[in-house]
Design a protein around this ligand. Structure first.
Ligand code: SF4
Length: 308
């Protein structure tokens, strides 16, 4: 008799709720959990494949140690002894930075990963620690560290109170917002449009989100920084910068006009492939909306100038 079990998808930070169908312990069905407060039933292809992942015959279910060129089954005490011997030798001969650690998404989203990764990193003492974050949004976190004082203070749009949203290099229809972790992105974006708001997607690819947008602006890959500098140039050139009540929280605004002076829309247009009129129109949209937001994700961070 199949049973139903509920869990949280460990495969990314969107943390979607999943409804599993189990038959004698085997996962035979995976659906998004409609009642989950974070995801409202959303599921992506990765989450939907959890059953196949669980039953994959190549999945590592017990430790293995390479002996005479072959990976052979081993007990946990043997495995820990091998790790201890290997790490100790490398650290003694080459120093702590000769060891690198990679924490995969399914690990960091488990309780064990959350509890033990920190002590392990501390014990190893290596500067070379990598994760899905370092492959993905670390430039954004570096920028947030400088801007807001913490690499974890990543701002996300307040979608329910936004009138104009400019999305760059993000496809929340497919990712459920990822870092944003906002339930039912499609429904909220439709609600934004229904109350008279608009959203524009800038992306080299006409993504699912781009297809639903009020406007899709194709861009040359890796050139978002040129578009953004052109936008800032345009906002200052047309005297559209009005920080209002936020002025007391903003530092360095006075030096920006000089910094962006070389990046007029006509100058950046050939670099990013977005024409100057479109850049001017985006600046107008941003300035005219009562509540506007700009949201950039992986497409803007896994590129040169990803911190800008
Ligand atoms: S977006 Fe996909 S991978 Fe990420 S938590 Fe949701 S179902 Fe899992």
């Amino acid at each position: 008799m199949p049973e139903t079990a509920y869990t949280t998808c460990p495969l990314c930070e969107a943390t979607c709720g999943l409804e599993l169908t189990l038959d004698r312990g085997a996962v035979v069905g995976v659906r998004g959990d409609e009642a989950d407060v974070f995801s409202h039933g959303f599921i992506c292809p990765k989450g939907a494949s959890l059953g196949a992942l669980d039953a994959d015959p190549d999945r590592l279910r017990a430790p293995r140690i390479r002996r005479e060129g072959k990976l052979l089954p081993a007990s946990w005490p043997e495995a820990f002894a091998a790790v201890d011997a290997g790490l100790t030798r490398v650290i003694r001969e080459y120093g702590r930075d000769a060891v690198a650690l990679y924490l995969g998404n399914p690990t960091v989203h488990t309780l064990a990963g959350g509890l033990y990764a920190g002590p392990l990193i501390k014990a190893l003492g290596s500067r070379n620690v990598y994760s899905a974050s370092t492959l993905d949004q670390m430039p954004k976190q570096v920028a947030c560290g400088y801007l807001f004082g913490s690499p974890y203070a990543v701002p996300v749009p307040d979608l329910d109170r936004t009138d104009f949203l400019l999305i760059l290099g993000a496809d929340p229809y497919s990712s459920n917002g990822s870092l944003w972790t906002v339930p039912d992105v499609p429904g909220r974006l439709r609600a934004l449009q229904a109350r008279g708001g608009r959203f524009v997607v800038v992306d080299p690819r006409r993504s699912r989100t781009a297809r639903a947008a009020d406007r899709y602006v194709p861009i040359r890959p890796g050139t978002d920084v040129h578009l953004l500098l052109g936008l800032v140039h345009e906002l200052f050139a047309r005297d559209l910068v009005a920080p209002g009540r936020l002025a007391e929280h903003v530092a360095g605004l006075d030096v920006l006009p000089e910094l962006v002076a070389p990046f007029a829309p006509a100058v950046v247009a050939p670099r990013c492939g977005v024409d100057a009129d479109t850049i001017a129109a985006l600046a107008t949209d941003l300035a005219a909306a009562p509540r506007a937001a700009v949201y950039g994700r992986i497409g803007t961070t896994t590129v040169e100038h990803g911190t800008v």
